[in-house]
Design a protein around this ligand. Structure first.
Ligand SMILES: [Zn+2]
Length: 274
């Protein structure tokens, strides 16, 4: 499933084609939103952003197209002349500036008043968005130390969207590996220095992934591992999908465990239970 950085990049890509342009055509074939065809067709797109794993397309008439892609939803942008052959269901199509912006397969798609965004059941439950400028490493550190979260296991916190929104499975493995935190460790088991490191890496690894289109290690390290024959799915990370390979830090073999049915890759030597 795409995580916060991927959704924010999709929002940026959609924004580049739609914001400030005139919509020359619009299609909303998905029944739950079809009735908005006319009202949205006459409006223009003011901004496109993401909150956690939801994408928000705001129109100048006070309406927002909310979508959560779940597992299969995808946004695509193509020149209008490109023939798209795809075995997915079209949910929405917006044409502007010679490009078609399309949403496919998402099942969670709604049109809501922009003023009610914060009250949307998904958004209302979100913690601060990891990519938001106001979500500083200190904000994350304070949440780790707060009584609400400090007794929870690291593995569960790193996927809890009410703790920090936008994290997902690969970011969880990457943050915990680079911070040297065992999945079962609770924030209250750690000293302030380790919490600071954990909070700061939660922010910086997420930003790194957003800016580099999915890398959670340095260009140098990724390049080195690519030359050694690793595929992108593993050379772009330090732990995730590197199970069976060596830890960059200590050389031990990265192992895969499952937490609540979801995979978590970690170093048994760097991430010792506290
Ligand atoms: Zn290690």
């Amino acid at each position: 499933m795409p995580e916060g950085p991927e959704i924010r990049r999709a929002a940026d890509k959609v924004a580049r084609r739609l914001v400030g342009g005139v919509l020359t055509s619009i299609k909303l074939p998905y029944p739950p939103i079809s009735e908005f065809d006319g009202v949205l067709g006459d409006a223009s797109v003011e901004s496109v952003t993401s909150r956690g794993k939801a994408l928000l397309m705001r129109f100048d008439n006070g309406l927002t197209l909310y979508s959560h892609s779940q597992l299969y939803g995808r946004w695509t942008v193509n020149r209008i002349s490109t023939k798209v052959r795809w075995n997915r269901s079209l949910r929405a199509e917006f044409v502007s500036k010679g490009h078609a912006v399309r949403l496919w397969s998402a099942t969670d798609v709604e049109v809501i008043p922009t003023k009610d965004e914060e009250a949307h059941p998904y958004i209302a439950k979100l913690g601060p968005d990891v990519l938001d400028e106001t979500t500083s490493p200190d904000v994350i550190k304070n949440r780790l130390e707060s009584p609400r979260f400090n007794g929870r296991s690291a593995a569960s916190l790193m996927l809890d969207q009410s703790f920090v929104a936008g994290l997902g499975n690969y970011l969880r493995s990457e943050i915990l590996h680079q911070a040297g935190v065992h999945p079962k460790t609770r924030p209250k088991d750690l000293d302030s220095e380790n919490i600071t490191k954990w909070g700061s890496l939660t922010k910086s690894i997420s930003i790194r992934s957003y800016e580099s289109n999915g890398l959670t290690v340095s260009d140098e390290l990724a390049g080195e591992r690519k030359e050694m024959g690793e595929r992108r799915r593993s050379y772009r990370h330090s732990a995730f999908c590197r199970n069976g390979k060596d830890c960059h830090v200590c050389g031990a073999t990265i192992i895969r465990i499952r937490v609540s049915g979801r995979r978590l890759d970690m170093c048994p030597k760097c991430q010792v239970e506290s």
